[in-house]
Design a protein around this ligand. Structure first.
Ligand SMILES: Nc1nc2c(ncn2[C@@H]2O[C@H](COP(=O)(O)OP(=O)(O)O)[C@@H](O)[C@H]2O)c(=O)[nH]1
Ligand SMILES: [Mg+2]
Length: 433
């Protein structure tokens, strides 16, 4: 399935590749945009008011001197999307009590530990309280996560009153600056859950009441934000699983339309995968504008860890030695999908991205079985007998060796594209030169 970012980038590419940009091409562009936004669950009214604004601005104004039509229109789209997503959240670093609420499976318990770690990493000691009295293993789950996050934990196994646990938890964690309370979930908000949440709220007396919703929920997020808002008065929303869903844009815009401030994004299953919501960054990512600062840092770290030499990174010709170092470095940088997203090349073929550890190891043994000359010169491998010898030497099959050579050639092609792509060079700045 095409995701929101991919759809947006394709629509923009089609528009800016048109020979003339007039009312008709703008309208066609808007139709593309509507299609991709609607299929990502953004609410219909929001979509139409967005495309109306874009049409108005794109047709009634002209790019300033020195700005290309492409950049100008991309920027209009970008600004309007940012406006659609709401405001950036800057978490205040001061003592606070946070109550988390949300439906079953939305990510509350994981988020409780992530948030505690987030604040503790920033100098505020933190603890979590397990007030989920309905899920059987809720206690153990949060206890384990708290241990991993190195934050304090309080819970009372077998206790049925969530309010009582909250009260005892506050006593037990009174020396912690940030206290986070995890609560029960349901498959839908019902009377009993509302009652329970109201009691916990009274006992815990939170400064923030955050609703946890998951990105795959789409525009239902808006409805939920309103319902929980009526029940306990939420002060903000945390959108989890924004890494896995193509429809995150729908949930975000829905929450923002329901007037619920989006505070954090959950971006993965690990405890460090949480960040304050920043619509500018979010849309930059969707449109493929790279996060250069983050990328530079990731590359620097990975290069350091793998001992890849700077000259190798910069060398004009990719050979099997550098290929292997590149693969290893990429492994250290985390999922390739994120990496390519960061450099604004999010539409790299999916099979290129899915190099597993195992494959990497296989590639390593294959490359180890090559002679020094072969590693430097891929053409030698076309001579008869060499592939069979390498397969034997590395305990792999000839098919494996051919597969690796084909991977190598794909990567080489990609490398050359990057090297010759002016806009890529511009974005990448001094990094590759
Ligand atoms: N990919 C991803 N998975 C998440 C995220 N947040 C939570 N999860 C996963 O979602 C599942 C449900 O999470 P949990 O915290 O138990 O939800 P709860 O029922 O609301 O407490 C778990 O498998 C989590 O690992 C996230 O931001 N990204
Ligand atoms: Mg839970």
């Amino acid at each position: 399935m095409m995701d929101l970012g991919e759809g947006l980038r394709k629509a923009i590419a089609r528009l800016t590749n048109a020979t003339i940009i007039d009312a008709k091409t703008i309208r066609e562009f808007n139709k593309d945009l509507q299609k991709t936004l609607l299929s990502s669950d953004v609410e219909v009214q929001l979509v139409f008011s967005l495309t109306e604004k874009i049409e108005e601005r794109a047709l009634k104004s002209k790019p300033p001197k020195g700005v290309s039509q492409r950049d100008y229109i991309t920027n209009i789209v970008y600004e309007e999307l940012v406006a659609l997503m709401g405001n950036a959240y800057v978490p205040e670093l001061k003592p606070k009590k946070i109550l988390l609420a949300g439906l079953y499976g939305s990510g509350k318990t994981t988020t409780a530990a992530k948030l505690a770690k987030f604040y503790q990493d920033r100098g505020l000691s933190a603890g979590v309280i397990c007030c989920d009295v309905s899920r059987p293993a809720a206690y153990q789950q949060l206890e384990t996560l708290a241990k991993q996050a190195n934050v304090a934990f309080f819970g009372m196994e077998g206790e049925r009153s969530a309010a009582k646990i909250a009260k005892e938890g506050l006593k037990s964690l009174k020396d912690k600056k940030v206290i986070i309370c995890d609560t029960s979930g349901r498959s839908a908000l019902d009377g009993a859950l509302i009652e329970e949440l109201k009691e916990v709220k009274k006992a815990f007396d939170p400064d923030e009441k955050m609703l946890v919703i998951s990105a795959d929920m789409g525009q239902v997020a808006g409805k939920q934000a309103r319902e929980f808002g009526n029940a306990i008065g939420i002060t903000g929303v945390i959108l989890t699983k924004s890494d896995g869903s193509a429809k995150g844009g729908g949930a975000l815009s829905a929450a923002s339309a329901a007037n619920a401030k989006v505070m954090f994004l959950g971006t993965g299953e690990k405890l460090a995968d949480i960040k304050p919501f920043d619509p500018t960054k979010y849309v930059e990512n969707l449109l493929g504008v790279p996060d250069i600062a983050a990328l530079t840092e990731t590359v620097r770290k990975a290069v350091e860890e793998t001992g890849l030499k700077q000259e190798e990174v910069e060398s004009e010709e990719l050979n099997f030695d550098t290929f292997y170092s590149q693969l290893k470095a990429m492994g250290k940088m985390g999922p390739l999908k994120n990496l390519f997203g960061m450099i604004g090349a999010a539409d790299v073929p999916k099979d290129m991205i899915e190099h597993g550890e195992e494959r990497l190891k296989r590639f390593h043994s294959i490359i180890s079985s090559m002679t020094i000359e072969e590693r430097k010169n891929e053409r030698l491998l076309h001579e008869s007998g060499r592939i069979a010898r390498i397969a034997r030497g590395s305990g792999t099959s000839e098919k494996d060796v051919r597969e690796m050579i084909s991977e190598f050639n794909k990567m080489k092609k990609l490398f050359n594209t990057f090297k010759n792509d002016r806009s890529f060079k511009k974005r990448f700045g001094g990094m590759t030169q």
